[in-house]
Design a protein around this ligand. Structure first.
Ligand SMILES: Cc1cc2nc3c(=O)[nH]c(=O)nc-3n(C[C@H](O)[C@H](O)[C@H](O)COP(=O)(O)OP(=O)(O)OC[C@H]3O[C@@H](n4cnc5c(N)ncnc54)[C@H](O)[C@@H]3O)c2cc1C
Length: 388
């Protein structure tokens, strides 16, 4: 591995640093860079740093893998807000449209995703089919030039706010393998027959929902890929989801935030950070993040050689989930009673963010595939162990 930057890459890094010096006024309000600063988004969009790795022909930045790494690292180091606001659009819907979409679909959706005009949601999971996604039953029947959709989805993140959904339906119930007969549709959430029922999670958030479809008519031109090709579209989208979820820089920010909390909180008049037990645990987190970073370097080497990533992204997804949960629980534990106050309470430490993160563990642990499923993928596809 040779990660020395070339002359051009150093010039690019300096350009990013200069941009940050000139434009970064407001640091992100959380470690994961989620922020909806329209002015910032407009400026990074003008630089083509939103969708920076996407081809220039569709409006992306055409950045090389190394340039993407430089951009992300510089942004993370300075705690800059996210590059773009359309979370699912940028992470997996856009890449799927670029890979499988028609020219019309690219023209219609990609600019809006880059501009962050609205949110997308993802209609994959159903009440009985989550890990076993390929067995999904939501039905799509082609009638003339429209698919008529009937069925239900669940745990659909952002559905209460999203304008569009990437949806999987079964268009053929008579196939040899369950992976066949699945079709991917892009659905306008305002279409008659769609009912969104928000679900409140145990941290009090109402970000996901059950979504019901009754005779929902989707034009055939909104099909992504061919009929029956939905599984291939999903596999590529999920690999993108797992790689986008596995961000080491976000974890480094969260660890910094944990250290700040431990420095500010006191016991017997002394900062908790002086406690050897707390320092030891923080050092363990640091070592785990470093292991993840080095693992990420291995994938990076693969990508630089032009090899696509697939199952490897499950390794960091698994690590990140464990780390996030462990860090949040650790903070709640060392803060004691004070750590249990939720946001809204005058006594909440840092707005109750640690207890909120701790109770929101399913977001990162279950969303995008459970730890058991990631372990199955690693065992079968990376370690070559027999199928379960
Ligand atoms: C916060 C959050 C956000 C989500 N967002 C979305 C979204 O936007 N869109 C969407 O479509 N879905 C979303 N989901 C759903 C998520 O993808 C599913 O919950 C997940 O895939 C697990 O499916 P399930 O809930 O049906 O559990 P099940 O599949 O029933 O699993 C139950 C348990 O059995 C284990 N298990 C299942 N099969 C195996 C196996 N073969 N080997 C070993 N263990 C196994 C699982 O690991 C788990 O512990 C979200 C979920 C959460 C919690």
């Amino acid at each position: 591995m040779d990660f020395d930057l070339t002359k051009d890459e150093i010039a690019f890094r300096d350009e990013v640093r200069q941009f940050l010096d000139d434009n970064l006024k407001q640091k992100t309000d959380n470690e994961f860079g989620v922020s909806f600063d329209a002015d910032w988004n407009k400026k990074v969009r003008e630089k083509r740093w939103v969708g920076f790795g996407w081809p220039k022909e569709v409006g992306g930045g055409g950045g090389t893998i190394m340039e993407q790494v430089i951009l992300k690292e510089e942004m993370a180091t300075r705690k800059a807000p996210a590059l773009g606001t359309c979370f699912m659009g940028l992470a997996w819907v856009g890449p799927s449209i670029i890979e499988y979409g028609t020219e019309e679909q690219k023209k219609r959706f990609i600019p809006d995703i880059l501009d962050g005009k609205y949110q997308w949601c993802t209609g994959y999971s159903e009440p009985n089919y989550g890990s076993d996604l390929a067995s999904l039953q939501c039905k799509g029947v082609l009638e003339g030039d429209e698919y008529v959709v009937n069925g239900q989805k669940i745990w659909t993140s952002l559905a209460p706010f999203a304008a569009w959904m990437i949806l999987l339906v079964r268009t053929d119930f008579d196939t040899q393998s369950k992976h066949e007969g699945i079709t991917c549709l892009l659905v306008d959430m305002k279409t008659p027959g769609i009912e969104v029922r928000p679900i409140e999670n145990m941290a009090g958030g109402r970000f996901f929902a059950e979504v019901f479809f009754t005779d929902v008519r989707v034009p055939v031109e909104n099909r992504l890929g061919k009929e029956g090709q939905g599984w291939a579209v999903t596999v590529s989208a999920l690999a993108n989801e797992r790689s986008s979820i596995a961000e080491v820089s976000a974890l480094q920010r969260r660890l910094e935030s944990l250290i700040t909390t431990a420095r500010q909180a006191t016991r017997h008049g002394k900062p908790l950070l002086e406690d050897p037990g707390i320092r030891r645990q923080i050092a363990r987190f640091e070592a785990r993040i470093e292991a993840m970073r080095l693992n990420g370097m291995r994938y990076l080497t693969k990508q630089i050689k032009g090899e696509p990533l697939s199952s490897e992204t499950s390794v960091n997804k698994l690590h990140r989930a464990n780390l996030e949960v462990d860090m949040a629980e650790f903070a709640v534990e060392f803060l004691g009673n004070a750590g249990l106050h939720m946001r809204g309470s005058d006594d909440a430490v840092e707005g109750g963010k640690w207890i909120f993160n701790s109770l929101s563990w399913p977001d990162v642990v279950i969303g995008g595939g459970t730890p058991n499923i990631q372990r199955n993928i690693i065992a079968e596809r990376i370690l070559g162990l027999p199928k379960d």
